[in-house]
Design a protein around this ligand. Structure first.
Ligand code: BTN
Length: 334
């Protein structure tokens, strides 16, 4: 008997949602009961909702599936089934991809069950507990440099919504540049790390995080409204590997389309999903605070804002929506 228990095996044992006794787990895995208990405590610490019920044993609050590269490949079919790697724990799938960049094929995908230092936009943390969500990065190389990639974040937002629509989600919106929203809040986030030359070879590491379920400790860690598929979906949660496959397929297809046709291929879909059009907005931009009404998206992916002084194209900023109803009266610039 040893004390080495892989957390992945433990999660696999409780993933069905049925209680499993500590003694049985210990026997099945050839470890001590203390080792099982220690690993359960570690997984709980990372946010996995494992309950202990007297006389029954340990169980997950909801059944789930472990991420599995073969299952994802099977959902994808033969054309797209290669280049997918599933890790148990990494600091960030973005960093993991960056570390192995030269060895990775075009449109390679890295997923992880846990991120210990998941990265959000603007230096924020992306809370990444195990068991329920998706954390994925996809590699795309471009020949023409990143000067022409300003619409890429928006195009990726459209791809993520399409993947969620593929599994039956409705009513999703995009908050410029690419927060994926339900009525409850932010469901998915996108981070793109660009590297290379301004007008030569470069690459984008496209990172997507989708909240499927969040543990109670999440609200403290995230500090603002976060939505989950569990809250928004009208039916049972989709199989994680199926959703991962839809996401990989939409991203790979969308990134190839973007390379050939640019953001123009995504403008109609973005407009359909645009949460900010016609809304009263306050934008903390590098140029100062701007106030006005969302006027849609420019062909280069910038956000159009109707102000007292005319229309402005905004390329960066933190946006808050000021009224829930659409605004018809005059906008202001403050
Ligand atoms: C945001 O702040 O909206 C962006 C969140 C992006 C999170 C994803 S999860 C997979 C990838 N790895 C990371 O560290 N971040 C991105």
């Amino acid at each position: 008997m040893n004390n080495l228990l892989q957390p992945r095996e433990l999660l696999r044992a409780v993933a069905g949602g049925h209680p499993v006794s500590g003694a049985k787990l210990a026997r099945r895995m050839g470890v001590t009961r203390a080792a099982v208990w220690k690993q359960i405590a570690a997984l709980r610490e990372q946010g996995l909702p494992i309950q202990a019920r007297a006389g029954l044993g340990y169980s997950l609050a909801w059944p789930t599936q472990l991420l599995d590269a073969d299952a994802i490949a099977e959902h994808l079919g033969h054309e797209q089934d290669s280049g997918i790697q599933v890790c148990w724990e990494v600091d960030s799938t973005q960093n993991e991809m960056a570390r192995h960049l030269t060895a990775l094929p075009e449109l390679a995908v890295v997923l992880a069950e846990i991120q210990t230092a998941g990265r959000g936009r603007r230096g924020r943390e992306w809370f990444s507990p195990p068991g329920f969500n998706l954390y994925l990065s996809c590699l795309k190389r471009f020949d023409q440099g990143f000067s022409g990639l300003s619409g890429l974040p928006l195009a990726v937002g459209v791809c993520v919504v399409q993947a969620l629509e593929d599994i039956g989600m409705t009513g999703l919106q995009l908050k410029w540049p690419n927060d994926v929203l339900t009525e409850q809040g932010k469901l998915a986030g996108i981070l793109i790390d660009l590297n290379g030359e301004y007008q030569g070879p470069c690459h984008a590491i496209v990172g997507v995080g989708i909240n499927m379920r969040l543990p109670d400790i999440a609200s403290e860690r995230i500090g603002r409204a976060a939505a989950t598929l569990a809250d928004a979906a009208e039916t049972a949660l989709p199989d994680r590997n199926l959703l991962a496959a839809r996401l990989v397929s939409r991203l790979r297809g969308g990134l190839k389309t973007f390379e050939q046709r640019g953001f123009a291929a995504f403008t109609v879909d973005f407009s359909r999903l645009d949460q900010l059009r016609g809304r009263a907005l306050r934008i903390e931009s590098p140029a100062g605070v701007l106030v006005g009404v969302g006027g849609g998206i420019h062909a280069d992916g910038s956000l159009l804002l109707q102000t007292d002084n005319g229309q402005i194209a905004v390329t960066a900023g933190d946006i808050s929506v000021h009224a829930s109803q659409r605004v018809l009266d005059k906008p202001r610039l403050s």
